[in-house]
Write a protein that binds this ligand. Structure first.
Ligand SMILES: [Zn+2]
Length: 241
């Protein structure tokens, strides 16, 4: 089975294409950001694939809208009893009101958020986000130290922020990488995969064959980690071409 990859943009939407020894073309729209991934028969040209995607654009856009709505509906109220994830573990939020500094601690399966009385959901969310950011920042030095010798490029710094459409990004010129705050909710292996992926961009900018070869070499199980991050496809279509 071939592992040739292509990355194309169709009407402003980034599409990952993987060529496989298959008969039909598959299109998947993946949570949480609506990434579009296509598995295509090897005999198809990029132009034929582009055409097939263009024909399916209304369907793709509908799936992406659905995803964004689902994301909004799952917005948390930040009250006791809610489930929140930390490094892949599901914890129950416990709000403790009292004077003093806001803080967060993990006690067994509880995620305890101490805040002054009257702190509204927005304020509590802000406290939790700052804590998530701290978790990732705390994990980064070891990860960078672990991977710099293997990848052979230096990371000059990193930022952790809310990103709407991706898990990470990299500026090869400045040597800086950005990481999505949401990674603190996933299994630690997912953060490592994104860090390795972005650090690989310091050597190879595009998602071409060379990029895949490097990634396969560094982190042979990266596909499983990527799938864990993006979960099952929200929607999937297949048709003959
Ligand atoms: Zn990338």
């Amino acid at each position: 089975m071939s592992t040739a990859n292509a990355c194309m943009r169709v009407s402003g939407i980034g599409v990952d294409v993987i060529f496989k020894d298959i008969k039909n073309l598959h299109i998947g729209v993946y949570p949480p950001f609506g990434r579009v991934r296509v598995a295509a028969p090897e005999r198809l040209t990029e132009e034929a694939i582009r055409l097939a995607i263009v024909q399916r654009l209304p369907w793709i856009k509908k799936q992406r809208d659905r995803l964004q709505n689902a994301e909004r509906q799952s917005a948390r109220e930040m009250v006791s009893g809610e489930s929140h994830y930390v490094w892949g573990a599901r914890l129950r939020l416990e709000i403790v009101e009292g004077p003093g500094r806001t803080k967060i601690e993990i006690a067994g399966s509880k995620l305890r958020l101490c805040a002054p009385p009257g702190a509204d959901a927005e304020r509590r969310r802000h406290v939790l986000d700052a804590w998530y950011r701290k978790q990732i920042k705390g994990a980064m030095p070891d990860l960078v130290k672990k991977w710099e010798p293997t990848i052979g490029n230096k990371v000059n710094g990193w930022t952790v922020r809310r990103m709407k459409t991706k898990w990470g990004s990299c500026n090869p010129k400045s040597g800086r990488i950005s990481l999505n705050l949401e990674l603190a909710k996933k299994h630690p292996g997912c953060l490592e995969y994104i860090v390795v992926h972005e650090m690989t961009h310091l050597r190879e900018r595009a998602h071409g064959d060379r990029f895949t070869v490097l990634l396969d070499d560094y982190l042979p199980n990266w596909r499983a980690l990527r799938d864990q991050l993006n979960q099952a496809p929200l929607a999937h279509e297949e048709w003959s071409v």
